[in-house]
Design a protein around this ligand. Structure first.
Ligand code: ZN
Length: 438
C-alpha cells in the first residue's frame, strides 16, 4: 500500500503544482473563496465524494468578520467570470464558502476528518523579477490579494489526498471527511463549521500548515504547537463634529479618543501568565483639517499563550478603548470579528505522525516543538473533536518560504505538496485499516 501511495503521488505531482498555481493566480480572501471552493466541490464530486456545502456546513450566526454584501457580491460575480462552476457557486452566495467531501469506506469504522484552509491575504504580490510566481507567470491576478501564507498549497494538498483516498476505498473502514474551510486568516471560519456540526462523531482529526519555522523540506513538526489564542476587535468611535476655529468646545473628538486608545493599548503591561501580543494595525479618523473629527475606526488584535492570558488582555484592551472614549465623551462600539482558543495535538496521534514521517524516503527531521507562533482557528476544530473523545493532530510540513509568511514575496517549494498529500492519505488509511498493518 505504501509503495502504491508513493507511486500515485508521483503521478499526481504535476497536477498538484497545476492546482496550486491556478489557486495562486486567483486568490480570494476570507468568506469570498467562491471560485476556489466551487472548483474544490466539483473535483470532489467527480471523484465520487458526497458533497455538502454552503449553509449546510457553515452556521450563519457563528461566522465572524464577514465582509459587506457589496464586496461579497462583487467577488461572487468575479468568480463566475473566472470559471467557477455555477451549480456549486450558487449555494455559496453571501459568503457561505465552505465545502465538505464525504467518502464512505467499504465497512463500518471511525470517521477521520482532514481540514484544509483556502483563503488568501489582503496584500499585493511582489512584481520583483526574482519572485518566482511573477517570473513564471502565475502571480496573483487580483489586486490587493495574494496567497502569502500557502493556503493555495493547502487546497492542492487536499485535492491530492482526495484522489489518493478515493483510490484506497477498498481498504477503508469508516468515513473520510475532507473539510475545506473558509476565512482562516482572520480566524473566522472554523468556529462556524464546528457550530454547523460538521465534526460531530469525528474520531480522528488532522490538519496542518506548510512552512512556518520549519524551513527545510523533509522536516515534519507535530507536538507542542503553542498556537496563540487570539481575539480580533474592531472599534468605532463616534463623536460630534464642530467648527475647529469658531467653537471647538462644541465638538467631541473621535480621533483623539482613538489615538489615546491606541497608545494605551500598547502601554498595557506584559502578562505574568505567559506570552501576550497586542497590535493596533489600522486607524483612520476625521474628515478634514478644520473640523473636529466625528468618527474614528480602529482595528486591532490580541494574542495570548493561553486562552486565559488572551481573555485577560482582551479585558484590559476593552477598558483602554472605553476609557479613552469616556475621557473624550464619545461613543465606542466594539465588535469581535475573529477569535480562536489554543489547542494541543493528542499524544497518541503525535506518535503515529512521527512514525509515518520517519518511513518516508524524503524524511529528514522530526520536530516535536513545532515552531509555530501564530494563531490558528483550527484550534476550535481540534478542541471540538477532543471534547467528544476523539484525537487531533496538527502537522507542520517543512519548506523554505521566500521572504516569509504574510510578506509579498512569500513562496514555497512545491515538492512539499506531494509530501504532505502522502502523510495525510497514508495516515488516514492507517487509521481506517481496522487493525491491518499497512
Ligand atoms: Zn496560514
Amino acid at each position: 500500500m505504501k509503495s502504491a501511495i508513493s507511486t500515485w503521488v508521483q503521478e499526481l505531482q504535476s497536477q498538484l503544482v497545476a492546482w496550486r498555481r491556478d489557486f495562486h493566480m486567483y486568490p480570494e480572501t476570507g468568506w469570498a473563496e467562491f471560485r476556489t471552493a466551487s472548483l474544490v466541490a466539483r473535483e470532489l464530486s467527480q471523484l465520487g465524494y458526497d458533497i455538502k456545502l454552503g449553509r449546510e456546513v457553515l452556521s450563519e450566526q457563528s461566522r465572524q468578520g464577514v465582509p459587506d454584501t457589496e464586496e461579497l457580491d462583487k467577488a461572487w460575480e468575479r468568480a463566475r467570470k473566472e470559471g467557477a462552476p455555477r451549480e456549486f457557486l450558487e449555494p455559496m452566495k453571501g459568503g457561505f464558502t465552505g465545502v465538505v467531501g464525504i467518502l464512505e469506506g467499504i465497512s463500518p469504522g471511525p470517521t477521520v476528518a482532514l481540514r484544509f484552509d483556502m483563503d488568501a491575504n489582503r496584500l499585493n504580490e511582489s512584481t520583483f523579477k526574482d519572485h518566482r510566481p511573477y517570473r513564471e507567470g502565475f502571480a496573483s491576478r487580483h489586486p490587493g490579494a495574494t496567497h502569502a501564507c500557502g493556503h493555495d498549497g493547502h487546497v492542492a494538498i487536499g485535492l491530492g489526498a482526495a484522489h489518493i483516498l478515493a483510490r484506497l476505498v477498498p481498504n477503508l473502514s469508516g468515513r473520510v471527511l475532507l473539510v475545506f474551510q473558509p476565512a482562516e486568516e482572520d480566524v473566522g471560519g472554523a468556529k462556524a463549521m464546528v457550530a454547523a456540526d460538521v465534526l460531530t462523531g469525528c474520531k480522528y482529526f488532522l490538519s496542518g500548515h506548510l512552512g512556518f519555522g520549519n524551513s527545510s523540506l523533509g522536516e515534519i513538526g507535530c507536538g507542542q504547537e503553542k498556537f496563540l489564542a487570539t481575539t480580533k476587535l474592531d472599534a468605532v468611535f463616534t463623536g460630534k463634529p464642530a467648527h475647529a476655529g469658531m467653537n471647538p468646545d462644541a465638538g467631541k473628538n473621535a480621533l483623539l479618543a482613538a489615538a489615546l486608545a491606541a497608545l494605551s493599548i500598547h502601554a498595557i503591561p506584559r502578562h505574568q501568565g505567559g506570552a501576550d501580543r497586542v497590535n493596533v494595525g489600522y486607524l483612520v479618523a476625521g474628515s478634514g483639517r478644520n473640523v473636529v473629527p466625528e468618527r474614528a475606526v480602529l482595528e486591532l488584535e490580541i494574542r495570548g499563550e493561553t486562552t486565559e492570558v488572551n481573555q485577560d488582555m482582551e479585558e484590559r484592551v476593552r477598558a483602554a478603548l472605553l476609557g479613552a472614549a469616556q475621557i473624550q465623551q464619545v461613543g465606542c462600539q466594539i465588535d469581535v470579528v475573529g477569535s480562536a482558543p489554543t489547542a494541543q495535538s493528542s499524544p497518541a496521534l503525535i506518535g503515529q505522525v512521527r512514525q509515518m514521517a520517519q518511513d518516508q524516503p524524503w524524511f529528514k527531521e522530526f520536530v516535536t516543538e513545532a515552531r509555530f507562533s501564530g494563531s490558528e482557528d483550527v484550534a476550535y476544530m481540534m478542541r471540538a473533536v477532543q471534547d467528544q473523545g476523539g484525537q487531533a493532530a496538527y502537522i507542520v510540513f517543512g519548506t523554505p518560504v521566500g521572504t516569509g509568511h504574510h510578506t509579498s514575496e512569500f513562496d514555497f517549494d512545491e515538492e512539499v505538496l506531494g509530501q504532505a498529500a502522502t502523510i495525510y492519505s497514508t495516515l488516514t488509511a492507517e487509521l481506517m485499516a481496522k487493525g491491518k498493518v499497512l
